[in-house]
Ligand binder design. Structure first.
Ligand code: UT7
Length: 334
């Protein structure tokens, strides 16, 4: 590895419609008090007909390009982390076309709520080897398509959003990706799925063919909760240890936004004051691959995250998958 990776811009886009807990309780048997106390969620965005994933992701991408001071032709790579593509063959090329990033290669990466972190780390490898110079990493999901709106155990949790981070190669000593860890445990895949419905229809006399389709999201909430509060602190502790970082050196915890109780538990484990744990669950709920860049964009734009700040980030979710990264925010390079 000869180069480092600088995080130099960010941007986001959310659908116009916000659905409060009170509104949702008109549709499904739930209430604001339960959702807020159990999750910290107050509202979520739901995409309308003119807001497909490609449109949100392209808007987020353009905002990140503008923030970084780049033009779309500068990009070598667009990596789109999503589990809710507009096209199962890949949505990143649609985003590439929409923003006019003609030189770049563009492809999707699927790792559910760990997707953005895995994509950032993956993009970082192309930059670190010198194979590429500038990349846009997008996290975008519309789980509103895939929840069962009659299942109160899941539908209250999720929302739609897209957000992007611009990363570029830099000298190794000023890298913004100071360390990372990635893990998968497919033996626990059944805890959280958006699985294909294996329907077979007659094709020829002795042959059937599969008919495509997916079942709504199924989650064993308690198992996923236990997994998160065990594995996220463990992987972050490993990362801090490996990089010789003390928790009191962290400016921010930038965690996947799934449940405020998970954020608080991780903060308590490291004795990080709750004021240094970034959270926007109240406004957006769990936007899957978008949560981490959406939260980063908000905190950068309102001035909480400053150039030079150190952030411990962790994504976790379906797969099961989880990961951690120690990040230093650079901001636009002038
Ligand atoms: O992004 C991927 C990662 N995902 C996560 O990290 C999610 C992790 N899990 C969680 O955050 C929590 O487990 C949930 C928020 C999903 C659920 O919270 P919980 O405290 O584990 O609740 P529970 O599933 O044990 O349900 C407790 C009670 C049940 O009633 P009974 O059976 O005790 O009478 C549920 O039926 O709460 C009921 N309940 C609800 N009540 C009102 C479940 N959902 C709702 C609801 N409104 N929306």
């Amino acid at each position: 590895m000869t180069h480092g990776i600088a995080l130099v811009g960010c941007g986001s886009a959310v659908p116009a419609a916000s659905v409060s807990n009170a509104l949702l309780s008109e549709r499904v048997d739930t209430n604001d008090e339960w959702i807020r106390t159990r999750t910290g969620i107050g509202a979520r965005r739901v995409s309308g007909p003119d807001e497909p994933l490609t449109v949100l992701a392209a808007r987020a991408a353009e905002a990140a390009l503008a923030h970084a001071g780049w033009s779309a032709e500068d990009l070598d790579l667009i990596l789109l982390a999503t589990s809710s593509p507009d096209d199962l063959f890949g949505t990143a090329p649609r985003v590439q076309a929409a923003i006019g990033a003609n030189r770049s290669v563009a492809f999707d990466l699927t790792a559910a709520c760990s997707g953005f972190l895995f994509a950032l780390i993956t993009a970082g490898q192309y930059l670190a080897t010198g194979a590429m110079t500038r990349a846009l990493v997008i996290g975008a999901d519309q789980l509103s398509r895939w929840v069962d709106w009659d299942d109160r155990r899941t539908c209250v949790l999720f929302g739609d959003a897209a957000a992007a981070v611009a990363v570029e190669a830099c000298p190794a000593e000023s890298t913004g990706l100071l360390g990372f860890r990635m893990r998968s445990d497919g033996s626990r895949n059944g805890c959280l799925t958006l699985a294909q419905t294996a329907e077979h229809a007659p094709l020829l006399a002795d042959l059937t063919a599969q008919r495509g389709g997916f079942a709504p999201i199924q989650m064993n909430g308690q198992e996923v909760y236990k997994f998160a509060v065990r594995e996220v602190p463990a992987i972050l502790a490993e990362l801090l240890d490996a990089t010789g970082t003390r928790a009191d050196q962290l400016d921010w915890l930038l965690l996947h936004q799934a449940n405020q109780r998970i954020l608080d538990a991780v903060a308590d484990r490291f004795q990080v004051p709750h004021g240094r744990v970034l959270s926007n669950l109240a406004h957006y709920g769990n936007t899957s691959a978008a949560t981490i860049p959406l939260m980063l964009d908000e905190a950068v734009k309102d001035g909480r995250v400053q150039p030079g700040h150190l952030l411990a980030s962790s994504g976790f979710g379906a797969g099961l998958s989880w990961g951690g990264a120690l990040l230093r925010w650079s901001g636009p390079q002038g």
